[in-house]
Structure formats: C-alpha cells, structure tokens
Design a binder for this molecule. Structure first.
Ligand SMILES: Cc1cc2nc3c(=O)[nH]c(=O)nc-3n(C[C@H](O)[C@H](O)[C@H](O)COP(=O)(O)O)c2cc1C
Length: 195
C-alpha cells in the first residue's frame, strides 16, 4: 500500500489498466471496495453536485446480470449467433468485482452538463487509481451494453447514462507498458491570436 509521495508518483507513472476478461479474483472485500469508492467520490466537481454514482453488481447477481444482457442483446440483435451469447455469459462472469459507473448530471442547472460529465470521467479515473493503490488492477470498458436502452434502464434513473463497467481484480500476467502520446503532441505553448 502507498505511504509516501514518491510511491504515489510511482503509481501515477506506471499504473496500467487490465483487460477485464484477463483479470483474476479475488476482487476487493466490501471494506476495500467502500474505500475505493470513497476515494473515487473525492473528485473535483463544480457545484458539488456529485453528478455520478457507483452501482456494484454483487458476485451473487452475475447470473441476473447475464440474463439482462441476453435480453438486451436479443433486442439489439435478433437471431444472435451463439458465439455472441457466450460472450455475454463470459462478460457477466468476469472475475473480480464489478462496479457500474453512472453519469448522473443535474439537468437544467447553471453548471453545464458537459462539466458534470467531465467530473464523472474524473471519478472513474480516481476509482482506477484507488484500486491500483490498494493492490488491485482495474479495467474500464464500455461497448454496446453501455448504449443499450434496456441495460441503461436497469442501472440508471431518467437522465442518467452508463459511463462504463469497471472490473476490479488482479492481473493474470505482467502488464507491459503501452504506447503513450509524445508529450510534444499533447502539450503545447499557447500562441495568442494575431488578429
Ligand atoms: C471511457 C472508456 C471506455 C473504454 N472502453 C473500452 C472498451 O469498451 N473495451 C476495451 O477493451 N477497453 C476500453 N477502455 C480501456 C482502454 O481501451 C484501454 O484499455 C486503457 O485506456 C488502457 O490504458 P491505461 O493502461 O493507461 O489505463 C475504455 C477506457 C475508457 C476511459
């Protein structure tokens, strides 16, 4: 566990996401998960609206989650090939813990929805970092399930959206570094307009 600032820098400079399908259990205990979610909720949030929520899908709810995905897939893609049905079975039963990140913006508020959605993304990033700091690996995925009306209605209130499915477990193999953008491509000096 991290206990000094150099460890925090090391985490920030080396953290990797895991592929949810490759994670192995166990996921966090209830107390560890509460700690991860408490850290995720310590996120910059203009207006203090907490425009995000975390919905945990318990290990004993994975069959029900699969049934939801199968129903949604049948609506999304009638005559679904068996391989795709199997994929939903696998997804619903990935090892580790599953947290559904929900974007819950306050509509018609002076704080634009865009800013509230940015805060949701930041909460997701904090969640990944907190999981890593507690010795886990996490992976954030979206895909068709995120945009299915039926799946959304099973997790969200009106006006909310699924921001992602975040699985938290352990890596089953070493996670090598991936390509990163060159700093010069993403960090530039501002040039004032010349008129
Ligand atoms: C909003 C969002 C959605 C993502 N959706 C997917 C996805 O559907 N499938 C996937 O394999 N990875 C998905 N990812 C993860 C990235 O593809 C990738 O694994 C991750 O950014 C790895 O980078 P990192 O190790 O620096 O975290 C998503 C990430 C974010 C932030």
């Amino acid at each position: 566990m991290l206990n000094d600032r150099s460890s925090i820098l090391s985490l920030l400079e080396t953290r990797r996401s895991g592929k949810p399908r490759e994670l192995v259990g166990p996921g966090p205990t209830r107390a560890e998960l509460d700690r991860i979610l408490s850290i995720a909720a310590r996120t910059p949030d203009h207006g203090m609206l907490a425009p995000w929520r975390f919905v945990t899908v318990g290990d004993d709810q994975r069959d029900a989650f699969e049934a939801l995905l199968q129903r949604a897939l049948a609506e999304h893609e009638p005559n679904t090939p068996a391989a795709k049905l199997q994929k939903e079975h696998d997804f619903a039963h990935y090892q580790g813990s599953l947290v559904v990140l929900v974007s819950a913006p306050v509509q018609d508020h002076k704080i634009p929805v865009w800013e509230q959605e940015l805060s949701c993304g930041a909460a997701g990033m904090n969640l990944l970092l907190a999981a890593d700091a507690l010795g886990f690996i996490a992976g954030w995925v979206t895909g068709w399930r995120t945009y299915s009306n039926m799946v959304r209605e099973a997790f969200c209130k009106p006006g909310e959206r699924i921001a992602g499915f975040i699985f938290i477990g352990h890596a089953s193999r070493e996670l090598e570094e991936r390509d990163r953008p060159a700093l010069s491509d993403v960090a530039t000096e501002w040039q004032p307009p010349s008129h």
